[in-house]
Design a protein around this ligand. Structure first.
Ligand code: PEP
Length: 252
């Protein structure tokens, strides 16, 4: 049975003190009222990870970095390696977010290096894919997204692929308040699962968690999560408010 996952992506928000406060609030709400069958992950800035790991029940809440370096170590000023992330106590790393692809020029080639290092260091990649508005309007979103997967995570061995969580995030829905309809989300998630089945077999496809991301919030999460191929969400803005994030965790 594949896992249901709700992961927050705090992006470049909160000071360490604010982040710890938020993490503690989420921790308390999840302990009291959180759906037990949902894996909860907090994607914090690098600077916050150790403090957030210390602030939450690590058996219940996972912590993710939002990136890692494409090199294992060395003279790469400002970079944070996968080994460093692992040493903070984080268990996950968000890779391939559209903001990283767009603003920091991340390509499939860079992402393959990051994926390899994340996996070597025992981190679970939450691998993002998704199309821009022009591609959706041209109707070529399926080809575009499957190509993103073929160039990256479909290159992995089946053993490594099984460790990946996928997040489908249509770029036109991220931070815009414009959510994919339940039909659009289900269609793409099914296309992704079919492509996984064709590449790695039906059993692997059935076990892969595919999250939806893009203006998912406390009001629309239950509709989105009612789709058979939507296994949770990667949540930006709404993960910054503990009660909203809890409502999404409990939206199944
Ligand atoms: C994201 O950045 O991963 C995201 C889904 O953001 P938002 O929920 O704010 O659209």
């Amino acid at each position: 049975m594949r896992k249901k996952v709700v992961a927050g992506n705090w992006k470049c928000n909160t000071t360490v003190a604010e982040g710890v406060e938020l993490a503690k609030a989420v921790n308390e709400l999840v302990a009291k009222e959180g759906a037990e069958d949902v894996v909860v992950v907090l994607g914090t800035p690098f600077t916050h990870i150790t403090s957030v790991v210390d602030a939450v029940d690590n058996g219940r809440i996972g912590v993710a970095s939002q990136n890692c370096a494409a090199e294992p170590k060395g003279a790469f000023t400002g970079e944070v390696s996968a080994a460093m992330v692992k040493s903070t106590g984080a268990g996950y790393v968000i890779l391939g977010h559209s903001e990283r692809r767009e603003y920091y020029g991340e390509t499939s080639e860079t992402l393959n290096k990051k994926l390899a290092l994340a996996l070597e260091n025992g981190l679970t990649p939450i691998y993002c894919c998704g199309e821009a508005l022009e591609i959706r309007e041209a109707g070529t979103q399926k080809e575009f997204v499957i190509n993103q997967l073929e160039e990256t995570i479909f290159q992995l061995s089946v053993e490594d692929f099984k460790k990946i969580v996928i997040a489908y995030e249509p770029i036109w829905a991220i931070g815009t308040g414009k959510t994919a309809t339940t039909g659009q989300a289900q269609e793409m998630h099914k296309d992704i699962r079919d492509a996984i089945a064709a590449k790695f077999g039906a059993e692997v496809a059935d076990e892969t968690s595919i999250l939806y991301g893009g203006s998912c919030n406390a009001r629309n999460a239950s509709d989105l999560f009612s789709n058979p191929d939507v296994d949770g969400g990667l949540i930006g803005g709404a993960s910054l408010k503990a009660p909203d994030f809890l409502a999404i965790i409990n939206a199944y």
